[in-house]
Design a protein around this ligand. Structure first.
Ligand code: SF4
Ligand code: SF4
Length: 441
C-alpha cells in the first residue's frame, strides 16, 4: 500500500482545524549514555543516578498519547539505542496505535569497529530491524565537520568512517538518516576553523563592525564545511540543534544542556550565528534535505538582535510535551523543569493554556511551532493573517519559500530518497563577498 505522508492524513487536518497543532511527545527513554560529549550533562563521566523507563509504562504512555491525538513521538536519551530491542518494540507499538511520526536516533556508537569482522552484518541486521518499524526519522548526531574533533568530543574513535560505510546500508534498507548537528564553536573544526568570541553590540548586520564581520564569516565557513562534509559522507538530510546553553540550568529537566564554553554563545553572538546559518542553508538546499526552516532562524535573529522575543509562540506545554525517564512525569518541554504536569495519561490536553512561551531556542519545539504558525492563523482568521502579511512581508516571503522547499523535500520523510531535481530549484549560491563588505575600517 502507498504510504501517505502524515501531513496529508485527515486526522492531522482535523486537529489543525480544531486549533491544535499535531501533538508531539519527546520521550526520554533513558538518561544512560556511553558518550563523552562536553556539551551534555548526561555524558558518561557525569555521576548521577541513571534511569531507564519501564517498557510497560512506556507502552501505557504511547496508548495515552494515541488516545489524545498525538501524531509524533520521539524516543531520545541519553543514548536510546543502548536499549535497541525495547525502542524497536515501542516504535512498533506506536505504529500499531496509528501514530504516524516516529523518531529516534543515535550518538553513533553503533558505527564503532567498522574494520572488524561481522560489523557489516551487524549494521545490516540493525538497519533491517529499524526498517521493519514505522520509524520516520532516524538522526545521527554529528558535532563537527572535522572527524577528529567529532570523535574526540563523543569519545568514540573511527565512527565517521563507520558512518560513511553504514549510510549506503541504511539507504538500501529504506532508511535515510539525518545528520544532526548540535551547533557549537567547533562546528567547522578546531584551530583556524574554531568560532571566535564576539563581544560587540547585538546586531544582525555582519557589516556593522569588524568583529561582527569576523564572527559571521567564521560561522558561514563553519556551516559550509559542515554541510559539505555531511553531503560527502553520504547523508541526504540534515538538521541543526540550536545551542542550548543556560546561565542557570537548575530548572532544566532534560540534562542535555551545559555551561561548557564549547556551546556557550552570548545573545549578540546568537544573532550573527543564526544569520550565518540562515544565509548558508540556501547554498546546500540542492544537495541535502535541510530541515532548519529559515523563517524560524529569522525570528531568532530578530529576537537576539533586538532583545525582544519574536516569532510564533512555542507549542511546548500546549501540544508538545517532554516525558522524563526518571519518574515518567510530563513537562511542557525539557527546559521548564519546575512545571511538572504529572503522568501523561492523567493529562487533559483540551485544558492546556494558550501558547505564549519563547524562552528558549529548542528547535524540536520552536521550528514546527514557527512553520505551523501561519497555518493556524489562517484557520483561525484569514483576515488577521492578511494583516500580518502586510505588516511583515519579509517573514511571510521566507516562510513561503520554506513551505515550497519542504514540499520539494517530501516533507522530510526519512523513508524516501531525496528528489534532487526538485530540491535544486531552491539552491542559491551567494558568495561571502556578496554579504560582507571587504573592509569596514
Ligand atoms: S549529547 Fe547525547 S550522546 Fe552526548 S553525552 Fe549527551 S546524551 Fe550522550
Ligand atoms: S520556547 Fe523553549 S522553554 Fe518555552 S515551551 Fe518551547 S521549548 Fe519550552
Amino acid at each position: 500500500m502507498k504510504r501517505r505522508h502524515p501531513l496529508f492524513q485527515l486526522a492531522t487536518w482535523k486537529r489543525l482545524a480544531a486549533g491544535r497543532i499535531p501533538g508531539q511527545v519527546v520521550i526520554q527513554y533513558t538518561d544512560r549514555c556511553n558518550a563523552a560529549c562536553a556539551q551534555c550533562g548526561m555524558r558518561r563521566t557525569s555521576t548521577f543516578e541513571r534511569s531507564s523507563m519501564d517498557t510497560a509504562q512506556a507502552r501505557r504512555l504511547l496508548d495515552a498519547a494515541a488516545e489524545r491525538g498525538v501524531r509524533s513521538v520521539s524516543f531520545t536519551g541519553g543514548e536510546p539505542l543502548l536499549h535497541f530491542d525495547e525502542i524497536v518494540e515501542l516504535m512498533e507499538h506506536a505504529g500499531r496505535l496509528g501514530i504516524p511520526f516516529v523518531r529516534t536516533g543515535t550518538n553513533g556508537f553503533i558505527f564503532r569497529g567498522h574494520e572488524k569482522p561481522g560489523w557489516e552484518d551487524r549494521i545490516k541486521r540493525m538497519a533491517g530491524r529499524l526498517a521493519a518499524t514505522p520509524l520516520n526519522t532516524f538522526w545521527i548526531s554529528v558535532d563537527s565537520a572535522d572527524a577528529a574533533v567529532h570523535e574526540r568530543n563523543r569519545g568514540f574513535s573511527g565512527i565517521m568512517a563507520g558512518m560513511e560505510k553504514a549510510l549506503p546500508i541504511f539507504h538500501e534498507a529504506g532508511i535515510y538518516p539525518a545528520a544532526n548537528l548540535g551547533i557549537n564553536r567547533l562546528t567547522g573544526g578546531d584551530g583556524a576553523h574554531r568560532l571566535p568570541d564576539y563581544a560587540g553590540p547585538a546586531t544582525d548586520d555582519p557589516n556593522s563592525n569588524d568583529a561582527a564581520r569576523r564572527f559571521y564569516a567564521a560561522a558561514r565557513n563553519a556551516f559550509r564545511r559542515f554541510y559539505r562534509m555531511a553531503h560527502d559522507l553520504g547523508f541526504t538530510m540534515a538538521n541543526a540543534c540550536y545551542p542550548m546553553s543556560f546561565d542557570d540550568e537548575s530548572e532544566a529537566v532534560y540534562a542535555a544542556t551545559s555551561e561548557d564554553d564549547f556551546i556557550r554563545f552570548r545573545p549578540a553572538e546568537k544573532a550573527l550565528l543564526f544569520r550565518a546559518l540562515s544565509d548558508t542553508i540556501p547554498e546546500f538546499r540542492g544537495d541535502l534535505r535541510i530541515f532548519s526552516p529559515r523563517c524560524s532562524l529569522l525570528a531568532l535573529v530578530r529576537s537576539y538582535a533586538s532583545g525582544e522575543p519574536q516569532g510564533a509562540a512555542c507549542r511546548g506545554g500546549v501540544d508538545f510535551f517532554f516525558v522524563d525517564c526518571k519518574d515518567m512525569n510530563t513537562y511542557p518541554c525539557g527546559y521548564r523543569g519546575s512545571e511538572n504536569l504529572g503522568r501523561f495519561w492523567d493529562l487533559d490536553l483540551a485544558a492546556m493554556p494558550a501558547p505564549d512561551c519563547r524562552e528558549c531556542d529548542w528547535e524540536c519545539f520552536r521550528d514546527p511551532s514557527e512553520m505551523l504558525g501561519p497555518v493556524m492563523q489562517a484557520l483561525r482568521s484569514p483576515v488577521a493573517l492578511g494583516r500580518s502579511i502586510l505588516r511583515d512581508k519579509e517573514a511571510f516571503r521566507v516562510w513561503g519559500e520554506d513551505v515550497a522547499y519542504y514540499r520539494a523535500c517530501g516533507f522530510f520523510d526519512g523513508r524516501k530518497p531525496p528528489r534532487y531535481e526538485r530540491m535544486a530549484r531552491y539552491a542559491r549560491t551567494e558568495s561571502l563577498a556578496e554579504t560582507i563588505a571587504p573592509s569596514l575600517s
